[in-house]
Design a binder for this molecule. Sequence first.
Ligand code: CU
Length: 341
Amino acid sequence: MHLPSLFLGVSALLTAATAAPATTASVPKCRNPPKRQEWRQLSQTQKKAYLDAVLCLATKKAKSGIAGAVNRFDDHQAVHSNQTPNIHWVGHFIIWHRYFTATYEKALRNECAYTGAQPYWDWSLDAEPQNPTSTRAFDSEVFQPYLGFGGNGHFIAERTPEQNPLNITGGTGGGCVKNGPFVTPAFYVNYPTKDCLRRDFIPWIMNSFADPKLVQNVLNQSDYTSFARAIENIPSFDEPNIHGSGHFGVGGVLGTIGNAANSPGDPLFYLHHGNLDHVFWQWQQKDLTTRLNQVGGPIIPFDYSGQNVTLDFEINIGKLAGNATLKDLLNTTGGTLCYTY
Ligand SMILES: [Cu+2]
């Protein structure tokens, strides 16, 4: 045994680790951040480029190491699915999803030659809160069969109590999407088991949860903790929340995007969360100095009297990208992230 050389080896490793922490030393600066736009602001060429890039990502081999993920599109869905119990109704909810959506945007750009930014869908432009039965939101450009994400699924009348434990009414679809670029066999949701992309439009949820007044209420919050709480509100269909609009208005009971764990199986997930991130960004802009340095809210879901997240709390998105601190992720042009609105 040569103890001195063993110790030397260990101390050399420690020195190396201290000298070059992976999270800061390797962060490149952000030059020419891509500018994210609302879907209907995109030209036809830009829309086609985005949709083609998503289909391209679904042809690239998975590298998340998660069983059931076949391609790079699935990788993202599978990571979200694995972490679902730790990333909703917590202080870092909106920041985890910011990093996740930005990592997906980066994959489209780096692996599928997409040159644009992640678009978003501002559902509050489409909702009609005064008219709960209106289907106007579902005629929005995002749902167009050509240069859009396609529309509703085929209607399935039967919904078992296991499928619909909360007894949500008003589902108008539930089956495989009928048109658009993500119909089978052009596109499959592989994770957790191979299926078609499903949607189950529910007009009353879309119209009440995407109410511009709710967006305004979120934007009016005075500090991060209350902002984070307002954007998710409580898990209830009696009290609307804007996060639920894209999930349950579009996904309903049987749709892919309505499933808490597997919602990123619908490519529209990233436009829905893009919009929530846009709301977050707009809120930050109102007092940037404070809001680039402020976080809060529980580490454990709903644990409002327990431990809160702090700026050095780390976000982990598995093998999709390295860990990043909340502080790094508050700034969309700080280098860890590089995009703007
Ligand atoms: Cu989520």
